[in-house]
Design a protein around this ligand. Structure first.
Ligand SMILES: Nc1ncnc2c1ncn2[C@@H]1O[C@H](COP(=O)(O)OP(=O)(O)O)[C@@H](O)[C@H]1O
Ligand SMILES: [Mg+2]
Length: 227
């Protein structure tokens, strides 16, 4: 059998605040397979963002092991890890995290430029994907000239542009009204399915929690149920 896409084996992560130790993840084990859409639910402070940051190789666990197709990502130095992330992980944030001075096409092509792809090709690929995501009328607009839903579509395009096998989305509808949120989720689900990418979606939104193939409930750093 081939190695799973993403695997957490007995992963723990604590933070220190003054003298207090906060156990953000406690002995978490779970597996994400290629192409599946997994929804992670749990109250605020339960460890959902930490789970995604550790999965992305952004935050090092202090116990256990996280592997991507069998490889421990934390064995790489920070440069190699950054490159690994650009190629393998798409991240969508609650507050979009777009570059305010760049237009939609430029925001989406930026990761490709960092990866050494020429500007003409990067812009063309960014434009094609943005059009697929319904953004044809906003290609050359900057974030402050877009609605929240449009900004999040640009962020989804940026996450997908390198064709990563997994998209990690941290409350991507948390700052959108319910209509725009539902649209963004539909766009994300469709685009990921077309490309065969797995999605790990963290959400508070009960409606959003319905769209996945599978749900993981997390509470106080523990996985309660992985259905
Ligand atoms: N950088 C940090 N420093 C200190 N504590 C943190 C840090 N990041 C997260 N925490 C704490 O870890 C716990 C889990 O946080 P988080 O993963 O952000 O939860 P969630 O995304 O479910 O709201 C919380 O108690 C939070 O306050
Ligand atoms: Mg969070």
């Amino acid at each position: 059998m081939s190695d799973p896409l993403l695997q957490f084996q007995d992963v723990s992560k604590s933070y220190h605040r003054g003298t207090e130790e906060i156990h953000a993840l406690r002995h978490v084990s779970c597996t994400i397979e290629d192409g599946e859409f997994v929804v992670v639910t749990g109250p605020s402070g339960s460890g959902k963002s930490t789970l995604l940051h550790v999965a992305a190789g952004l935050d090092k666990p202090d116990g256990g092991k996280v592997t991507f197709r069998g490889t421990d990502v934390f064995q790489f130095g920070s440069r190699k890890r950054a490159r690994f992330r650009r190629r393998n992980i798409g991240f969508v944030f609650q507050f979009f995290n777009l570059v305010p001075t760049l237009n939609a096409v430029q925001n989406v092509s930026l990761p490709m430029l960092l990866d050494g792809i020429g500007k003409t090709e990067a812009d063309k690929r960014a434009e094609d994907l943005l059009v697929q995501l319904g953004m044809e009328s906003r290609l050359h607009h900057k974030p402050n000239e877009m609605s929240g839903g449009q900004m999040q579509r640009v962020a989804v395009a940026r996450a997908l542009i390198a064709d990563p096998p997994v998209i990690l989305a941290d409350e991507p509808t948390g700052n959108l009204d319910s209509e725009a949120g539902a649209e963004v989720l539909a766009v994300l689900k469709d685009a990921a399915a077309n490309r065969g990418a797995a999605v790990v979606l963290v959400t508070h939104d009960p409606e959003a929690a319905q769209i996945g193939d599978r749900r993981i409930a997390i509470h106080d750093g523990n996985i309660l149920a992985a259905v």
